[in-house]
Design a protein around this ligand. Sequence first.
Ligand code: UD1
Length: 354
Amino acid sequence: MKRLITIIGARPQFVKAAAVSRVLRGHPDLEETIVHTGQHYDQNMSEVFFKDLDIPRPHHNLDVGSGSHAEQTASMLVKLEKLLKQQPTDAVIIYGDTNSTIAGVLAATKLHIPVAHIEAGLRSFNKKMPEEINRIASDHLSDILYAPTSTAMEHLRREGLKQKSVLSGDVMLDSILYYQKLVDKTPERFKIKKLPEIYNVVTIHRPSNTDDLANLKNIFRAFELIGEGFVFPAHPRIKKILTDSGIEIPGNIEVIDPVGYLQMISLLKNAHRVYTDSGGLQKEAFMLGKPCITLREETEWVETLNHGWNILTGPNTDKIVAASSAKIVESEPQSYYGNGRASQLIVSHLKDNI
Ligand code: UD1
């Protein structure tokens, strides 16, 4: 029996771990312990994901909560080191690029525990993003890197990390294919009530957009000019900013509480377009065949830009308005993200390599 510890803490990690954990649970030779760092702790940022995605309750919750990057990461490190010292472990699994990812790899590698990084090799080439620093450090320190795309593999090769890299496909595709079926079975259950017939989905939470009110105003102005309905499930970070700043929200934007994963799939499936600065949502829009306008200057998911499925506008009003009427060249999005069985490949590779 091999003992694995999965370290997760933020929304996008719950979605990825759900796919891999389901495969792990079906494996008689592997035992998974789930550690939640507590980075995301609100009911609708955490609990709802475990319930919706049927992820087993975390065996440990470190309850680190919010804080500066240093405070949050340091608190995770101290608690993870203590836990990893107590629990015999054959390997640690980390996901993506959050502070929970970097804390996981730092704590484990210093205790000589092998680390597998799922969703390795992504790069925005913008070190002002905390996630970019987390990605680079996690890839260089981890022992096995599972890259979702050939672009990610190429980044790893260029950084001299090819020997420990495996092109696995994207576990987010596994999740969307699996959970989409659940949503389709009882669509009414997941529908958000009282939406306009034609609406766009918006999410904004990157510090580059939320912490500079001028950027936020430019984005809202674009939505006002576009004039269609916008539904905006707002991350707690931006909810607070909206309240504290008293910024005027145009009447065609409806701000709602954050939604769970299944509700988000339902929202996306019925949406006209998606406007976001999230990494995961750009790709989920692509996987569900919805045009996306990315409110950032760059993206890690460069494949989505092909044929106009995704357009980068930053927080520029004119660019956002222009992108909202841009045409897509191809009718069907290509499959850049594997065959929906990345989790199976990862688990079987991991079992033989730890
Ligand atoms: C984190 C990840 C980001 C990911 C995002 C998804 C890092 C560096 N960033 O960003 O890559 O795209 O999660 O959601 O790890 N807050 C609450 N309740 C919560 C969680 C957060 O109120 O349950 C508030 C707190 O004020 C907190 C702020 O949101 O300070 C930011 O949370 P944090 O987890 O630090 O980063 P995110 O912006 O969520």
